[in-house]
Design a protein around this ligand. Sequence first.
Ligand SMILES: [Zn+2]
Length: 407
Amino acid sequence: MSKQMLTGSFQLMKSLNRSAILNIIREQGPISRADIAKLTKLTPPTVSNLVKELLDTGIIIETYQGESSGGRKPTMLDINSERFYVIGLDIGSYQIKAVLANLNGFIVKKASFSIPTPINNDRLLSLMIQAVHHMKEGIDDTESRMIGIGVGMHGIIDVDNGESLFAPNLNLYNIPIQKTLEKEFDILIKVENDVRAMALGERWFGNGHGTDSLVCINIGRGIGAGIIMDGKLFHGHNFISGEIGHMTIDIDGPKCSCGNYGCLQTLASGPAIARKAKTEIGLGHPSILTQLVGGDLGNITGETVYEAAAQGDPLSVSILSQAGRYIGIGLTNIIHLINPKRIIIGGGVSNAGSLILESIQDTIYQRALTASAKQTEIMLSKLGEDATALGAVTLILEELFATTSNA
Ligand SMILES: [Zn+2]
């Protein structure tokens, strides 16, 4: 495990055996002490002692009397989910979204903060600090109830040091996020790439529930993937795993911001969908998009193309279906490379729902190698626009409930 300042409540709850007990209560609670002892193979007196310590921290509570199996009725234990909070930050291209959530992933409070231009490292860090202070305001007893702060940020993240190495959409480098927030708040801080955080969030609270083998795709301004294999996030050797937006789909395709041609995100991202619509209308293709944007084609976005498609506009329907085909080709490559059980699609483009999903599924069905690969589950994100911020929250929950060290 990386070097971290573990203070306050978090430290009290965290030890190998306490975490094992906590995790069992989270997964199977309400549960009795006797059943915890059976499942953990710890002795009943050890379980009683650790449970008492956990009760003292307030993270678990005694609930009702369970069924007796002969002797005294057992007192059932459960997680006191509403007592503790985690703050999650989603650092995007234009704004910081912040949520304050309890241990069930229930969002108690949320807010967003525009990122001003021009921006530099110090100004962005100050804005993050301001966002956290705002989330803590109005919450009683925040110091003892706050377990940690998770941060999901676009771009390349060094997760060991909690540093943003490169944030392309803000054109910033080497932002010491973890170090700065630890200094200000003296609490557990975890920083992760936004799509990986999203994948973790979907696994805890969304459509990834119950699977250890999962890929989450974020399709918006760019395209990225968060990969969970054997229940763990996969980072790659230098933290660039999942950059599928730059997977070459058409070597003769449009030029990408990365300098290559025909990358997936030049064909299927929000801006790519908008560009395609502008080109087709420019070539004389009729479309209600022209009316929707008041005659100014410069106002066409991925969103307006979706709106038009939802109203039955044939050009927009065909553009989304074509984008779905490109995404389907990219996902087939992923299926052949890592063979996940499930793929979850989030981000702005996923708002097009069935208008794009069917085309993605058809493409995979046509191209995947085996009958079972053709049936790979493809679902839309359940967490929607909160997916990254809630994913950032789960970075902390993973630490709190983890039964083994990540070392
Ligand atoms: Zn590229």
